[in-house]
Design a protein around this ligand. Sequence first.
Ligand code: SP5
Ligand code: ZN
Length: 349
Amino acid sequence: MIALFSDQHALHAPAFEFFRGERVPCFESPARAAFVKERLLQRGHEIREPHSDSRALLAQVHSPRYLAFLETAWRDWLALAPGNDALQPFPSVWPVRTLRSDLEPENFTARLGLYAMDNGSPLSAGTWEAAKAGADSAASAAHLLGQGQRAVFCCSRPPGHHAGADFMGGYCFLNNAAVAAQALCQAGHERVAVLDVDYHHGNGTQSIFYDRADVLFISLHGDPRTEYPFYLGHVDETGAGAGLGFNLNLPLAAGASVQTWFAALEQACARIAQYGAQALVVSLGLDTFAEDPICTFALRSADFHRLGQRLGALGLPVVFVLEGGYATEALGVNAVQVLDGFEAGVFNG
Ligand code: SP5
Ligand code: ZN
């Protein structure tokens, strides 16, 4: 399978995040993509650079003011005070409820709070460049499907599925899955499905397509009553307006078994088939792995092969986009298990 990879991902490399009140090294690190790339090469998958510019697509899934903020955020931060290049900006104030989010504050930290859902998504020099390369990969993958590729894997980071139209969050800045889905719509598909199998609900992707019937969003995730992102991903979120009935959340209790997880996957696959999807985007989070340090599901490496095989049997062209997964050294093995399973599933029908 063709895998898209850009060295630019490594430009996003914040030094630390906050975890239980302490500074810890970032779970979402450049080593993640490096391990996946290494394993892809070992297994004979073809690595290519992204070739499409995603800018026009980004303008369709994100707001102009958020894109403008993100593109210059690091420069704005540096301009604030000498020495800021060695520090990381974090938001500390947010426009919740009765506060105004229509006005752009002049203060940098206030702008950061306006455009961030949490304080868990540190920026670094090169965050924009890395995220943009990921979005370019998503656009390129959709383009390659148009040229007849059956499936393409975006080996990119930072991840994207928590990023909404006008905010970052959960280590995510630009919504790569949304870019891929939007590109597939533009290429003429009338029904595109996004299946998000990351441990965490894909709140950003859901919200971007919530009122649309041409993109079905399905997410299989830890129950937001106890798991991040908490404020979205519940069963009663079924879409709005023209999109009513085209959003399906399948939350599972923290600690859910592999059997329970695959039963939910079956429901998701049934809905994709019923919808008559013409193309599929998979938000491929690997943090459902039993050894993931911040999640509670129980999948083993062989289960990722089974996942891939089931997706292959859907008979659809697929863009796979890497999302979360923090058992860093196992990421390569697990990602490639999905891709190899997919190819086996396609072959066996
Ligand atoms: C893309 C992605 O997977 N983003 C995840 C962001 C999660 N950020 C919040 C982490 C909260 C972790 N709670 C851990 C509890 C450990 N017992
Ligand atoms: Zn996740």
